[in-house]
Design a protein. Structure first.
Length: 177
C-alpha cells in the first residue's frame, strides 16, 4: 500500500513540475506579446512594487495581493488581472482595513462599486485602531486589499516580473553602449 502512495506522490510531483514549466514558457511568450502595452506594464509594476509576496505559513502561497487606499490604483490592478491573467471575477476577493469610526457597509459599497467586485466576495474587514492623533491624512474609505488566489497566476506573475527586469536591463545596457 505504501508503494502505491509513494508512486502516486512521485507522479503528482512530476506532473506539477512539468505543469509549472509549461506555465512559465507560456508566460514568457505572452510577456513578449504584451510588453509594450501600458496596462500590462502598469500591472506588473504595481504588483512588483506594492504586491504582497507569498506567505506559505499562512496558507497564501499562491495568492496575489495588493493593498492601497487609492481606488484608482486598485482599479488599474483589477483591470490588469482580468485582462492579462484571465482570472474570472469569482476568483477576486477584497478585504478592507478600516478605522472604528467608519461605517463598514458604506465603505464596502464604495469599494465594490469602484472595483466591480461584488460585496459577497469581500472577506471579513479588519478594524484598526485610529491613528488620528498621529496622522493628519485620514483615510475616508480605509484601505482595500485585492486578492486573487491562483497557482498559475502566481507563477505567471513571477515570470513576468523576471522577464520585465531582464528586458529593461538589456535595454539599459544597450543605451550605455
Amino acid at each position: 500500500m505504501i508503494d502505491k502512495v509513494s508512486i502516486m506522490n512521485k507522479a503528482r510531483k512530476e506532473y506539477s513540475q512539468q505543469h509549472e514549466i509549461t506555465v512559465r514558457e507560456e508566460a514568457k511568450r505572452t510577456f513578449n506579446q504584451y510588453k509594450d502595452t501600458p496596462l500590462f506594464v502598469a500591472g506588473i509594476m504595481l504588483y512588483w512594487a506594492e504586491g504582497m509576496m507569498s506567505n506559505a505559513a499562512r496558507g497564501s502561497r499562491y495568492t496575489l495581493a495588493l493593498s492601497n487606499s487609492k481606488y484608482e490604483l486598485l482599479k488599474i490592478y483589477c483591470s490588469f488581472i482580468r485582462r492579462f491573467l484571465n482570472l474570472p471575477d469569482k476568483k477576486l476577493r477584497a478585504c478592507l482595513f478600516l478605522y472604528p469610526d467608519l461605517k463598514e457597509s458604506k465603505i464596502k459599497r464604495f469599494w465594490s462599486k469602484k472595483l466591480c467586485v461584488p460585496i459577497s466576495q469581500f472577506n471579513k474587514s479588519i478594524i484598526l485602531n485610529s491613528r488620528a492623533r498621529i496622522t493628519k491624512n485620514r483615510l475616508l474609505y480605509g484601505t482595500c486589499k485585492i486578492l486573487a488566489n491562483s497557482r498559475d497566476a502566481r507563477i505567471i506573475m513571477e515570470t513576468w516580473i523576471d522577464c520585465f527586469y531582464k528586458h529593461n536591463l538589456s535595454k539599459s545596457d544597450k543605451m550605455r553602449e
